[in-house]
Design a protein around this ligand. Structure first.
Ligand SMILES: Nc1ncnc2c1ncn2[C@@H]1O[C@H](COP(=O)(O)OP(=O)(O)OP(=O)(O)O)[C@@H](O)[C@H]1O
Ligand SMILES: [Mg+2]
Length: 160
């Protein structure tokens, strides 16, 4: 007997989400990167797609820690990851830090407010290159939310 996952009962088109929160410590960057990668692995991304998503998580989490919280370990970084339609990855990286003063300026390649830390000002440029959508919401009082979306090239068809 062959048991099939049917469109109406199975995983097809089901929304699947994951939430993480952790202290703003640089040693947690790799934890975040690896955890998100493990979660999205169920969509069978290509190696390139996986690397790109790990890189953008790293960039956004680093920004939250060093810019948002200025390395204050009492800060908390929040990540949500949602898988939809078998091939869409949506990510939200949030901090409750100082906020971005000028978003347009921050998005410019090579713009950085921390040249003394040898930052190259390429974080947002990398995010924009690797993801299909990048949205930035920021406020001096509430912090910063980065919303990222990527369509994977092949979908994991469970109903064929
Ligand atoms: N979460 C954040 N909170 C406050 N400011 C931020 C945040 N993320 C980015 N910024 C501001 O936007 C600027 C540009 O960010 P971007 O990631 O592009 O470059 P960078 O972090 O300075 O350098 P790099 O990412 O190449 O190491 C930062 O220098 C900082 O001023
Ligand atoms: Mg950066």
């Amino acid at each position: 007997m062959k048991i099939m996952r049917c469109k109406h009962w199975g995983w097809h088109n089901m929304k699947n989400e994951m939430h993480l929160q952790f202290s703003a410590l640089s040693q947690n960057e790799s934890f975040a990167r690896v955890t998100v990668a493990s979660f999205i692995a169920q969509l069978d991304p290509t190696l390139d797609e996986l690397t790109e998503i790990k890189t953008v998580v790293s960039e956004a989490v680093t920004n939250a820690i060093i810019h948002g919280y200025d390395n204050d370990p009492d800060g908390v970084v929040y990540i949500s990851c949602t898988l939809e339609d078998d091939n869409v990855v949506s990510l939200t990286i949030k901090d409750e830090g100082i906020g971005i003063i000028d978003i347009d300026e921050a998005r410019q390649p090579l713009f950085t407010t921390k040249p003394e830390l040898e930052r190259s000002g390429m974080g947002f440029t990398i995010m924009e290159n690797f993801m299909d959508e990048v949205e930035i919401f920021t406020s001096e009082t509430k912090g910063t939310i980065i919303r990222l979306k990527k369509h994977l090239s092949k979908s994991k068809a469970l109903c064929n």
